[in-house]
Write a protein that binds this ligand. Structure first.
Ligand code: SAM
Length: 249
């Protein structure tokens, strides 16, 4: 049985998709997807030797070597253009994730890929910014809590599948945020907190951002102990950020 986090990712993968899971570690996700019949085949990509061996072992133990290829390499370097329909990347920072996507895109590895399912551990805004800039349509977002940690899962479809969707549409659909802030601030809030997540609203989302506010407040408290205009300015900026988050929640 998959963890709630991996199951949420798996649930976004379409039946019949040829999936590549990048940074697969133990290859739990591709193993589940093939075993459950969702995917006819899969690729598990791993950069590091330890996890690569673990993935190989997992696939061999499941007797799925014929259907799941485990490959060692950096990001999307392990796939050939046109080889996959869906790319999943989970359990790493949003910054690294968007670097992997950007390098893969530049090398043509995303040609023919129609869906991305992404679960950044931190820096979700980096991923949303990349999707927006590259014209991917952010179609769903989920937020969940497991073992005291909060995870976000983003599902994006390519422009080839949703040609009508303008890149900004996904952020402003329904223009549900009616706040006394300028466009730039709203844009940043949507990218950081997630347009679908904000629209849906959930106790988990509230818990996540309450805890972020707590962190900011602790930083402000530390700053007020130190002198200097720079820290005063920074503290002011953080206070503004807190009031925006509070208003949005
Ligand atoms: N995707 C699995 C999950 O969500 O449970 C494993 C997450 S694990 C925390 C992150 C994995 O990404 C590690 O096994 C690490 O070796 C791998 N990784 C880090 N950078 C990578 C890169 N540039 N290309 C491929 N894999 C990478």
């Amino acid at each position: 049985k998959l963890s709630k986090r991996l199951q949420t990712i798996a649930d976004y993968v379409k039946r019949g998709a040829r999936v590549a899971d990048i940074g697969s570690d133990h290859a739990l996700l591709p193993t589940y997807l093939v075993q459950s019949g969702v995917c006819p085949s899969a690729i598990a990509g791993e950069l590091n030797a330890g996890p690569f061996r673990a993935a190989k072992k997992q696939v061999a133990d499941a007797g799925l070597q014929a259907l799941i290829t485990v490959r060692q390499g950096n990001g999307l370097a392990v796939v050939m253009p046109g080889e996959t329909d869906t790319v999943t990347i989970a359990g790493m920072g949003g910054n690294l994730m968007s670097t992997i996507l950007e390098e893969g895109y530049a090398a043509g590895k995303l040609d023919g890929v129609t869906e991305l399912v992404l679960q950044p551990n931190v820096g979700e805004d980096d991923v949303r910014i990349w999707l927006l800039e590259k014209g991917w349509y952010l179609s769903h977002e989920s937020i969940l809590e497991e073992d005291g940690k909060i995870y976000e899962v983003l599902h994006a479809v390519s422009r080839d599948v949703q040609p009508s969707a303008s890149s900004n549409e996904t952020l402003y659909e329904g223009s549900f945020l009616k706040l006394p802030y300028d466009k730039e601030v709203l844009h940043r809030v949507l990218l950081r907190m997630g347009p679908h997540l904000l629209r849906q609203g959930s106790p988990v989302l509230t818990a996540k951002w309450r805890s972020e506010i707590g962190k900011l407040e602790r930083i402000i408290a530390q700053m007020s102990a130190s002198e200097g205009t720079e820290s005063t300015l920074k503290a002011e900026q953080f206070r503004k950020e807190i009031s925006i988050i509070e208003e949005v929640l």
